[in-house]
Design a protein around this ligand. Structure first.
Ligand SMILES: CC(C)(COP(=O)(O)OP(=O)(O)OC[C@H]1O[C@@H](n2cnc3c(N)ncnc32)[C@H](O)[C@@H]1OP(=O)(O)O)[C@@H](O)C(=O)NCCC(=O)NCCS
Length: 228
C-alpha cells in the first residue's frame, strides 16, 4: 500500500510527497534534488540536498539547514511534515491510531497503567483529574495526547525517547524528562534534565505544541524555534 501525506512545505520546492517505501521525496525533479535520510546515530530524519538544490534554495533566500522534516506512522497512516523557517531549529510530529489503545481501554486500570509507564508524577496527577471529569469515551484520547505530545517533542529535539531495559539510542532522553502540561486544549511542554540539555544544545528558545484529531487519528506537532 502506498501511504502518503501531503507535507506543509514552504521551501520553494513544489509537490513534496513522501513515499513510505522509497523514502524519496517525490515530484519528478525534486526526487533527484532532495533525499530523505536518517541520522545514523540519533535516527533523526533530515533532507539531503544536492549541490544544485542547495544553490537554488540559497538563490531564493532560503537556508537549507532551516528546513526540517518529521514523520510518524501508526494504524496504516504515514504522516510527514516539512517546514522551513529562519527561526526553526526542530520539528516533531506524532500520530496515534486511537483504536489501537481503545481496544484495551475497558480492561480495569489499563489506561492508568499505560500512563504510569511514561508520565511523571505531575503529569499523572493531571491525567487523573482529566479522567475524573471527562466522559469515558474520551479517556483513551487523554492518555494518547500526553504520550503523543511527548513523542513529538522528543522528535523535535532530534533525540527520541529512551525505551525500557536499556534499549534505545545513546542520545535518547528518558520519557519523564519531557513533561506535558495541558488543559486538553492549550499545551505547554517542559524539558527537564537531559531533555533540557538537548533543548539548549539546539539553541531552542520557544516551544509551540498543537494537536488535532481527525477520525481515528490523533496528531501532535511540536515546533522549536530559536531565541531571536
Ligand atoms: C523517535 C521515537 C520517539 C519514535 O517513535 P515511534 O512512536 O516509535 O514511531 P513513529 O512512527 O511515531 O516515528 C518513527 C519515525 O521517527 C523518526 N525518528 C527516529 N529517531 C528520531 C529522532 N531521534 N529524532 C527525530 N525523529 C526520529 C524516524 O524517521 C522514524 O521513521 P522510520 O521508522 O520510518 O524510520 C522513538 O525514539 C521512541 O523512543 N519510541 C518510544 C516507543 C515507546 O517507548 N513505546 C512504549 C510506550 S509506553
Amino acid at each position: 500500500m502506498r501511504k502518503q501525506a501531503a507535507a506543509a512545505a514552504n521551501i520553494g520546492l513544489h509537490s513534496l510527497i513522501a513515499s513510505a517505501d522509497s523514502r524519496v521525496l517525490g515530484g519528478d525533479r525534486v526526487a533527484d534534488l532532495v533525499r530523505w535520510k536518517n541520522n545514523a546515530n540519533t535516527g533523526r530524519p533530515f533532507l539531503e540536498w544536492s549541490d544544485l538544490s542547495t544553490n537554488e534554495a540559497i538563490a531564493v533566500g532560503l537556508e537549507p539547514f532551516r528546513t526540517h522534516v518529521s514523520n510518524s506512522h501508526d494504524g496504516g497512516l504515514q504522516t510527514v511534515v516539512v517546514a522551513h523557517d529562519e527561526t526553526l531549529v526542530g520539528i516533531g510530529i506524532d500520530t496515534v491510531y486511537l483504536p489501537r489503545i481503545a481496544k484495551r481501554a475497558n480492561r480495569p486500570g489499563y489506561l492508568l497503567r499505560l500512563a504510569s509507564m511514561f508520565a511523571s508524577p505531575i503529569e499523572l496527577d493531571q491525567i487523573r483529574s482529566h479522567l475524573l471529569i471527562s466522559d469515558e469515551a474520551d479517556h483513551t484520547f487523554v492518555i494518547a495526547l500526553y504520550f503523543s505530545l511527548m513523542e513529538a517533542a522528543s522528535k523535535a529535539l532530534g533525540v527520541g525517547l529512551r525505551m525500557g531495559l536499556g534499549m534505545g539510542r545513546s542520545a535518547s532522553v528518558p520519557k519523564r524528562s519531557i513533561e506535558v502540561d495541558t488543559d486538553l486544549q492549550c499545551v505547554c511542554i517542559r524539558f527537564l534534565g537531559p531533555a533540557r540539555d538537548a533543548y539548549d544544545r539546539c539553541r531552542a528558545g520557544t516551544t509551540k505544541a498543537v494537536w488535532s484529531v481527525d477520525g481515528d487519528y490523533l496528531m501532535s506537532l511540536v515546533v522549536l524555534q530559536d531565541c531571536r
